[in-house]
Design a protein around this ligand. Structure first.
Ligand SMILES: NC(=O)c1ccc[n+]([C@@H]2O[C@H](COP(=O)([O-])OP(=O)(O)OC[C@H]3O[C@@H](n4cnc5c(N)ncnc54)[C@H](OP(=O)(O)O)[C@@H]3O)[C@@H](O)[C@H]2O)c1
Length: 112
């Protein structure tokens, strides 16, 4: 399957925990996986971890610290510019800027 035929999946929280395993599963299933990472080294390490297990995988790392609404929106715009069609969005970590002591309901705003 070439890259233009692959479905694009975006995974937040993809550098560790459940998100990394989900990213691995999506890569195994043939998706082009966009991993959101706040730290470039951790993002690249997670992409390499998947590459070792799925040599045919197609992975890219998008940097964004999801504590920042602006950074989250910028990441969404950059992904949309590269991938007009995103088949799947897996949010293991949502945009969660703290405003005072409360958190805004951010998921729908962040990914509009
Ligand atoms: N594990 C469980 O048993 C369990 C059960 C029920 C629900 N959940 C929920 O499932 C979700 C994932 O759980 P998990 O255990 O897999 O979590 P985790 O191991 O803590 O992984 C969190 C992921 O989110 C990333 N992350 C954290 N803050 C970020 C930020 N500001 N910007 C960008 N990325 C950020 C981390 O990146 P870094 O690598 O940079 O740290 C890591 O990739 C959580 O919402 C948790 O509440 C988990």
């Amino acid at each position: 399957m070439n890259e233009s035929e692959q479905q694009v999946a975006v995974v937040t929280g993809a550098t560790g925990g459940i998100g990394r395993w989900i990213a691995l599963g999506l890569a195994r299933a043939g998706h082009h996986v966009v991993m959101i990472a706040r730290d470039p080294a951790r993002g690249n390490a997670a992409a390499a971890w998947i590459g070792l297990r799925v040599p045919s995988s197609s992975i890219e790392v998008q940097l964004a610290d999801l504590r920042s609404m602006a950074a989250t929106q910028r990441a969404g715009q950059e992904i949309a510019a590269r991938h007009p069609r995103v088949a799947l969005l897996v949010t293991m970590r949502v945009c969660s800027p703290r405003v005072g002591r409360s958190r805004p309901k951010a998921t729908s705003v962040c990914w509009q």
